[in-house]
Design a protein. Sequence first.
Length: 172
Amino acid sequence: MCWYNKKNMKRIPFAVALLIFVSLTPLATGCGPAPPQTAQPADTRDEDEAAIRALSMQWSDAEAAKDLPKCLSFYASDGERMSSGSPLMTGKEDLRREWEKILARPGSSSWAPLKVIVARSGDVAYETGISTTKNLDDKTQPILATGKYVHVWEKQDDGKWKVVEDIDNSDK
């Protein structure tokens, strides 16, 4: 039997067309415009870490100076404070009442960041550190209390870092 006959001749153009179509389809779909490249934002984690450390020290200094407006300025509008022996404080008014109590106490408090980690996204960070409070007891003897804390910072729409979570507890 010969492969070259009238019946097979009719099938050859169809087979060739099908072969060409199947061969060229992957090339045609791959030749479209490349998907747009989204630029990665600049990595500003080192600068953000330095800014948060500086802000934290300014806040500690404001507490030592008993500067209520300055202490409150470090919180986001929906900031929260969680402290040993106190209920959850949420929002500016609760925070104001809590900080009025804190700043009315005799003695002084300070803290120092040990670690600041900024997310790659650059919009959130956390800080951990140690705190020290110096007071006098009923017999006017000095009392030194130590503790630890976590601050969660969030970059606001205006680019400023604000605390959204303020958590602390004493070592004893």
